[in-house]
Design a protein around this ligand. Structure first.
Ligand SMILES: [Zn+2]
Length: 114
């Protein structure tokens, strides 16, 4: 499945202001929207979008990633504003860092014999 990344200024519920967001599409569907400032992201569940902004907008927002119009951007912003905070997930950067450290340690100590 083809992954497309786009950038758009959208409202971040975590930053509580408009920030640059990375919109990731898988195929023709939005997979997630990530705030580039705080790294909070919203995973897009189509049902959630429909309940938040209406089915009509969904089909427009989630199709044709190459042509994200201002209307779509506005709707996405509206959608993000309507998001309850609990659905915005902060990635666990620490876990990744620990994993990186672990990988490095594993390289060094792959054998604990001398
Ligand atoms: Zn943010």
């Amino acid at each position: 499945m083809k992954t497309t990344k786009m950038e758009a200024n959208l409202h971040c519920v975590n930053c509580e202001k408009e920030t640059l967001h990375e919109v990731m599409y898988i195929g023709e569907n939005i997979e997630r929207i990530t705030c580039t400032e705080c790294n909070a992201y919203v995973k897009i569940d189509e049902k959630m979008v429909i309940s938040a902004i209406g089915a009509d907008i969904v089909s427009r927002v989630t199709s044709k990633p190459e042509r994200m119009s201002n209307e779509i951007k506005e709707n996405l912003s509206k959608f993000l504003k309507s998001m309850p905070k609990r659905v915005v997930t902060k990635p666990y950067r620490i876990i990744k860092e620990l994993k990186d450290i672990k990988d490095r340690t594993c390289d060094k100590n792959s054998k604990n014999s001398s």
